[in-house]
Design a binder for this molecule. Sequence first.
Ligand code: ZN
Ligand code: ZN
Length: 163
Amino acid sequence: MSAVHLEVEGKLYPSADLDWVYYAPCGCVAGWMVVGTDFTADQAWKHFNDGTDPALAKRDQKLGARMELHPRDALPELTKKCPHTPTWGVPARPQLTDHTWLVNDGYGARRNDKAHLFNDGSRRSLCGKHENRYGKYQAYEVAGRLECATCMRKAANVTEAAA
Ligand SMILES: [Zn+2]
Ligand SMILES: [Zn+2]
């Protein structure tokens, strides 16, 4: 089997010597992965976001995120701590005391279920559309989930009012 070669800045490299480098919306390198059989940026995006909501990748691309091929020996120079605010150019989820971001759909959670901000006491989501039947700790991740826009907006209003 002959090795697949890919072009980076006019030079051909064996794909095994290359990595897909993920640039966050701020322009910093936020991750990378071996090329494997992901020979196009589209394949790399899909693989990189495996198991997460496809809408999340779309949002990040709209914010300026991109995927680039680089020879592996270029990586140490590329990967530095992100000095930007917000980190990675993506506004952080507002955090409220006595509230928790959760995906409230039990083990049947689909990857495009959104994260909502729940009041730990009333167990109602800020957007009013969901009730948390499962308690504060749940087995699945809210990372890789797009936030509910209404919960985001309401949480930001509360945070600003308190500041
Ligand atoms: Zn940055
Ligand atoms: Zn919500």
